[in-house]
Write a protein that binds this ligand. Structure first.
Ligand SMILES: Cc1ncc(COP(=O)(O)O)c(C=O)c1O
Length: 469
């Protein structure tokens, strides 16, 4: 550790080179600065802003790439990643189905008219299960555990229904998914017993299997899981039973390229900027960088095509050989929505060593910029290729209400508009109900700015007041 700290001190002494922000603005941030500033004039700050066309292009990029290698596949957007109805409707338009995890998401998917919905989560309530079963022609439940299966059996009853309730099983199949992920799904060894319970019920039908693994920068976890499950199935189930399966759901977890993540123990904003500058990496200053106890290491996210190829080969070897007709389900979230949303803030105070913006990390519901993440911040009002260090805080009564340690543009002044880029995933949906209202969500679509969701208001924050009167 001492050696690393020494190296770090040395790095910090070196001057930081400028990094042109045009890279983000031109190739990743598809919205131009003038549109972002126009949105601020029309709708104020803080705000989330979505580029709907970019979102749809990204979704099509994912589904076309996967279908090129795995033709019999369907795509289920994971609502939990960003549940803005306007965004979800945009994904439906480009052929995505729905992956839901709770009653509101399920209701939303039904309301938006999705024809195929997968419902996967580890603790479904009775009312959630009842609603899913009521819409069994559209919803398939990925069952997580025996107790849930027994509850479903009880709800289904013994009186024969016209159509059976379709069920998939979530599997927790691999050693690398144990530990903190061990709460999810059945163990492979439990599958035969679960299937038996289904077969003993007149109203239940086993139609699929599911696994999910998160934060994948390479396809290896998918490949290992597919092979492992395939081998297990071939040894433990008859060819006839396996031919009846309709889907194999391989979950989400596709990591977007060029996102910076750094270990919690360090002040990653400074580290990341410093390392990027030192490496002279002018074009991709915030590519994937990891800091580990052995020193700095760089982990690139593999291109999506490598995922498509690797997964397709594993499927051919281990799953299509058992059931050539089976439909492959994908449940991407983060990969699809990260880049198309930005957060816009106004600087309301400038102090000696820091500035305070009008929106805080309640917009994220996460201390991610304090703990493990980095996002480029651009001064839209004074746009230039200069790169500056400055701590950018939000307005919350929390010392960790921090957006970053640096920005691109000319020196920040009071009233300047800042853009925190690429904040579409696990931000709006996880926003905290803390001190400030949850800001509005604006969408840019067909050349127009639209208020996709208004700012949270007083009556939404304090509905209980009505009963006190
Ligand atoms: C079952 C399931 N599917 C899909 C996703 C979406 O994952 P990501 O946003 O990493 O693609 C998640 C996220 O936790 C999940 O639990």
């Amino acid at each position: 550790m001492d050696k690393i700290m020494h190296e770090l001190e040395e790095i910090l002494k070196e001057p930081i080179e400028n990094t042109p922000p045009s890279f983000f603005m031109d190739s990743l941030c598809s919205l131009d600065r003038n549109i972002l500033l126009k949105s601020v004039r029309e709708f104020g700050t803080p705000q989330y802003i979505l580029d709907r066309e970019q979102l749809q292009q990204r979704a099509l990029y994912f589904s076309r790439m996967m279908r090129q290698y795995i033709p019999n596949s369907d795509f289920f957007y994971a609502f939990k990643c960003n549940d803005l109805p306007y965004l979800i409707a945009g994904l439906k338009e480009v052929g995505f189905f729905a992956d839901v995890a709770g009653i509101f998401e399920l209701q939303l998917a039904l309301e938006l008219g999705f024809e195929k919905i997968v419902f996967s989560s580890p603790g479904k309530s009775i009312s959630e299960l009842k609603l899913a079963i009521k819409h069994k022609n559209r919803v398939v439940i990925n069952v997580d555990n025996f107790d849930e299966l027994i509850r479903i059996k009880e709800i289904a009853g013994t009186k024969k229904m016209k159509e059976k309730i379709p069920l998939g099983f979530r599997l927790n199949s691999e050693p690398f998914l144990k530990g903190e992920w061990s709460k999810f799904g059945f163990e492979l060894e439990e599958l035969a017993k679960a299937v038996k319970l289904v077969n003993n019920s007149p109203n239940l039908e086993w139609v699929g299997l599911h696994f999910h693994c998160s934060w994948n920068k390479t396809p290896w976890k998918y490949i290992e899981n597919i092979k492992n499950i395939g081998t297990f199935l071939s040894r433990n189930f008859s060819a006839e039973a396996l031919k009846k399966l309709r889907f194999f759901d391989i979950g989400g977890g596709y990591y977007p390229e060029k996102q910076a993540v750094i270990n919690k123990i360090q002040d990653k904003g400074i580290l990341l900027d410093t390392i990027g500058a030192r490496r002279g990496n002018k074009n991709q200053p915030f590519e994937e960088i990891k800091f580990d106890p052995y020193g700095f290491s760089v982990t690139q996210v593999e291109p999506l095509e490598n995922f498509a190829k690797g997964i397709s080969e594993a499927l051919k070897e281990s799953i299509f050989s058992l059931n050539p007709e089976i439909n492959i389900y994908f449940e991407p979230g983060r990969f699809i929505v990260s880049f198309a949303t930005h957060i816009l803030l106004e600087v309301i105070a400038v102090k000696k060593n820091c500035v305070i913006a009008d929106g805080g990390i309640h917009m994220l519901g996460d201390y991610k910029f304090q703990e493990y993440s980095f996002a480029p911040i651009v001064n839209l009002s004074r746009f230039s290729t200069d790169f500056h260090r400055k701590i950018i805080y939000g307005p919350l009564c929390d010392p960790n209400d921090l957006w970053g340690h640096s920005y691109y543009g000319e020196e920040i002044r009071k009233g300047d508009i800042l853009a925190v880029l690429f904040q579409g995933a696990y931000t709006y949906c996880t926003a905290w109900r803390f001190i400030k209202p949850i800001p509005p969500y604006i969408a840019f679509s067909g050349g127009k700015l639209i208020l996709a969701k208004p700012e949270e208001d007083f009556s939404q924050r304090y509905p209980g007041l009505i009963s006190i009167e």
